[in-house]
Design a binder for this molecule. Structure first.
Ligand code: FBP
Length: 554
């Protein structure tokens, strides 16, 4: 394998650990906090998780007590979309377990949760681990999106754990994957098994956060990669002065990525799905936000600009969101019939025939390409694959049409030429930033301690993240306290509640306070590429979101 100079350099990086985790691993002790409860659907969740609901939070502290649990066999799974730092979670886990007892064995289940149920694995040894330290990607064992929900799957997982004498499973994933972790933990507990299931909060989307989990890993690096690209495009736009760039950004439902990138790059427009929903804006109104900036900038002779569009915005436009809900239910009910139709146009026509008059008319207003994208297969968890819906092209078309009408009315006299981009996959496998390298390593190290303590159904939690790594705190949070019931594929299911952009939160307020100016003037900022070595204010800088959420300036 040919190794790039940067990869070689990153191998030598030693991730920072919180002080409580650094040093002698045998003297780290769990301290139990208060019993927990979910914010909603408490009764139902208690009934669904009789063994793992209401557990106390855990924080790790140093104590005089020392003791080794003996060698442990742990299985690790990477689940869902890639996020920078996943390899470091595995490295942290491996280092902690082999430091505590070199005879411990780490099983890497291949290709996501199905690796566990199908017993597809590799044993991760020190040599393998060293090849992946501080690197991006999930290629060490691969990932997948299989939902664990049937008794048959749980029994297979149980048998595989017995076959390898596995003491613990660590699932590295987002909200859906950690829902898997909670459900599996409950199943094992209900069978009297002593197999501990622990989750780690991953997703570039930044929507797995709450009062206990400050950030999901990968968000820091991915937004830095996107912000670099956006800054470059802004500079290009300001140099050529002839294009409006419509940039759609990954992030699924939540607009955290778009918001963070906007705070980093100060574009002319940044749409926020959550605001669109709160204001009940229609598609035309959303397009009008961009039209307004185009017209006002044209009046100043600036026929160029940059608009950021969160990929999930389409779901937040109330009328479209309702249509998507109906489509979800119809497609779940007619799954077999749809599976028999090969071509996307045929699928769209079939689904169109099932819609009532009002929804059908709305469906017809979309271009054929978007209609086909709206009826593409849902992911295994029942989510619409918004990464495949080209909303930026739809908005560019709507803006163009509206500008033509304004021109006829003599209200616009500029030139409009648009270029569309989608940034998502570019940021998911980048070398993790120093922050993500440290955070992920700490999450993995901490996950081992949770397994050791038998804290099943917990999410590895490392907090105080806006402070230097040595001051971070480490512990565990019961996953059930983050759950609620949601409609998935036509049924109410327990899932981890997604954190959407808080319109009263400091990050959104920072955007709202500046966007009027950014819409008309050219205020672009250019973050440049992630730096791994150099001054700390450049290399260890976290996101604006994290800083502002902690009451700090950015
Ligand atoms: P996770 O929620 O699993 O972390 O995935 C995040 C994400 O990158 C979303 O931003 C995006 O919509 C989706 O994955 C794309 O999914 P896929 O990788 O299956 O194309």
């Amino acid at each position: 394998m040919v190794i790039s100079p940067l990869q070689k350099f990153r191998y030598s990086y030693q991730p920072k650990l919180p002080a409580v985790l650094a040093g002698n691993i045998d003297s780290i002790t769990p301290q139990k906090g208060n019993a927990t409860s979910a914010k909603s659907d408490e009764r139902e969740l208690k009934a669904l998780f009789p063994n793992t609901y209401g557990l106390p939070t855990i924080s790790f502290v140093r104590s005089d007590k020392t003791g080794r649990p003996g060698p442990l066999n742990i299985g690790v799974i990477l689940s869902g979309g890639q996020a920078p730092g996943g390899h470091n979670v595995i490295c942290g886990l491996y280092d902690a377990m082999t430091k505590a007892d070199p005879a411990s064995i780490l099983y890497g289940f291949l290709g996501g949760p199905s690796g566990l149920t199908d017993d597809k694995y590799t044993v991760l040894d020190g040599e393998t681990i060293d090849r992946y330290r501080n690197t991006g990607g999930f290629d060490i064992i691969g990932s997948g999106r299989t939902k664990l929900e049937t008794e048959e799957q749980f029994e297979k997982a149980r048998a595989v754990c017995h076959a390898h004498n596995i003491n613990g499973i660590v699932i590295i994933g987002g909200d859906d994957s950690n829902t898997n972790a909670a459900v599996l933990a409950e199943y094992f507990a209900s069978k009297g098994e002593k197999i501990t299931v622990v989750g780690c909060p991953k997703t570039i989307d930044g929507d797995l956060k709450n009062e206990q989990i400050e950030a999901s890993f990968g968000f820091d690096t991915a937004t830095k990669v996107f912000a670099e690209l956006i800054g470059n495009i802004e500079r290009d736009a300001n140099s050529a002065k002839k294009y409006w760039h419509f940039i759609r950004l990954m992030g699924r439902s939540a607009s955290h990525i778009a918001l963070e990138c906007a705070l980093q790059t100060q574009p002319n427009v940044c749409l926020i799905g959550e605001e669109v929903s709160a204001k009940k804006m229609g598609l035309a109104e959303v397009a009008e936000v961009i039209v307004d900036s185009v017209v006002r900038r044209a009046e100043k002779g600036m026929n160029f600009g940059v608009a950021l569009i969160p990929e999930g915005i389409i779901e937040f436009i109330p009328e479209v969101g309702e249509l998507i809900d109906v489509l979800n239910d119809l497609m779940a009910a007619k799954a077999d019939e749809l599976a028999a139709i090969d071509d996307p146009a045929g699928k769209a026509a079939y689904v169109r025939g099932l819609l009532d008059e009002k929804k059908g008319q709305l469906f017809d207003t979309f271009p054929e390409s978007i209609r086909q994208q709206l009826v593409m297969d849902r992911d295994p968890h029942g989510n619409v694959q918004v990464s495949l819906i080209e909303t930026e092209k739809l908005l560019a078309q709507l803006v163009k049409k509206r500008l033509a009408a304004l021109k006829k009315e003599g209200k616009y006299n500029g030139k409009f030429s648009s270029l569309c981009h989608f940034f998502g996959y570019e940021g998911r496998c980048s070398f993790p930033s120093n922050f993500d390298a440290d955070y992920c390593y700490s999450l993995g190290y901490n996950a081992y301690l949770l397994v050791c303590g038998g804290f099943s159904g917990y999410l590895s939690s490392v907090t105080a993240l806006s402070r230097p790594a040595s001051e971070w705190k480490a512990g565990g949070v019961p996953i059930t306290m983050m759950m609620n019931l949601e409609n998935r594929k036509g049924h109410l299911k327990p899932v981890i509640r997604k954190a959407l952009v808080d319109l009263d939160g400091a990050p959104f307020k920072a955007l709202a306070a500046n966007r009027e100016k950014w819409a008309v003037e050219t205020c672009y900022t250019f973050p440049g590429a992630i730096q791994y070595a150099g001054p700390s204010e450049v290399c260890d800088r976290t996101t604006a979101t994290l800083a502002l959420e902690h009451g700090e300036t950015f």
